[in-house]
Design a protein around this ligand. Structure first.
Ligand code: DP6
Length: 326
């Protein structure tokens, strides 16, 4: 009987220029490129064992057995690993998030980048960074950006082979902080996967996509030049534009809650008062407030007391996904 194992750790990431909508859903080929920052310390650790005695794939998350749609998504992902490795063996996947699950912090990016790295290694594949990123993308689009380190651009590409994340600057390039204002820990009613499907039904998606190369250029340059004012402007525009698409889809999606808007307004007020901060919001109600680390204490002190903010979680720029000893 043969068993093959590997363990990997990957960080979550926060998108500065968002991925919203696919040109090919099954391959997760994004309709537009995106740029993100890895979040140090918000990580998933995944241990994978391929075992010929298994009758099906098994998944545990934080010690709890997962069945149904969650297991199915992982199994479909593992089918791709099995195809690449030319094996039929099922796998046992044990995953742990070091942040409270249900805290409303997106976890699919960390989950599928750790799974891509651990499962491919356990299956005997030696994939390079681009190949790992492409594989992670098949599980969750944003996961392809958690394979490389630091600030990462996902060049949308036109096909599987050219759609993957590349690092545009290492973690120590710019000491940014992401102060995550947790306003709700409830699971979201509409998943990102369902949301991507609706993006094309918004009349605003065409203009959002047409302008994406310009926003990507501004964002990339702002990162390379450590120009916070330029970054702040394009990050808020991009987040607002994605939420405008969501709100004008059929059916419309509203991810914001009252506290989300209150926090966004306060970020603008704080910036006008001289504190260099900006906000970005993913497919959920929590508000990510970006600033340079020198401003972090002031930002947290000001925002933590806002009505509806339950907790503030701070993350800095994280490194690449990595394999570790079990
Ligand atoms: C709003 O990567 O979670 O966070 O590919 O269906 O897993 P799936 O979607 P996902 O979408 C992320 C959406 C976003 C923006 C972003 O991270 O770029």
């Amino acid at each position: 009987m043969s068993t093959r194992t590997a363990t990997a750790i990957a960080n979550s990431n926060i998108a500065f220029i968002k991925y919203w909508g696919n040109r090919d859903e099954s391959l997760r080929l994004a309709a537009n490129g995106s740029i993100s920052m890895n979040l140090d310390g918000l990580e998933t650790r995944t241990h994978v064992t391929f075992d010929e005695s298994l009758q099906g794939d098994l998944l545990t998350l934080n010690g709890q057995q997962v069945r149904g749609a969650g297991l199915q998504r992982v199994s479909v992902f593992l089918d791709e690993v099995r195809r690449l490795a030319k094996t039929a063996q099922y796998a046992r996947v044990e995953s742990q998030n070091n942040f409270p699950s249900g805290a409303g912090i997106a976890s699919s990016a960390a989950a599928f980048s750790a799974l891509a790295m651990a499962s491919s290694r356990a299956a005997g594949l030696a994939l390079n960074e681009a190949e790992l990123s492409r594989l992670a993308r098949r599980g969750s689009g944003s996961a392809c950006r958690s394979i490389p380190g630091g600030f990462v651009e996902w060049r949308a590409g036109a096909r599987d082979e050219d759609s993957f994340g590349v690092s545009i600057a290492p973690p120590d390039h710019w000491d940014l902080s992401d102060c995550i204002l947790i306003v709700s820990s409830a699971a979201k009613a509409t998943s990102s996967t369902e949301g991507h499907r609706l993006a094309g039904s918004s009349p605003l998606q065409v203009s959002r996509l047409a302008d994406a190369p310009r926003r990507l250029d501004i964002c990339r340059n702002a990162i390379l030049q450590r120009d916070f004012a330029a970054l702040a402007q394009v990050v808020e525009l991009d987040s607002n534009w994605m939420h405008a698409v969501m709100m004008t889809s059929s059916p419309p999606l509203f991810y914001w809650q009252e506290a989300t808007l209150t926090a966004m307004r306060e970020v603008i007020v704080a910036r006008k008062a001289g504190l260099p901060v900006c906000y970005t919001v993913d497919a959920g109600p929590n508000v990510h407030v970006l600033c340079e680390r020198s401003e972090e204490d002031q930002a947290v002190a000001r925002l933590a007391k806002l009505p509806g903010v339950q907790e503030v979680r701070v993350a800095h720029v994280g490194g690449p996904a990595r394999t570790v000893e079990p």
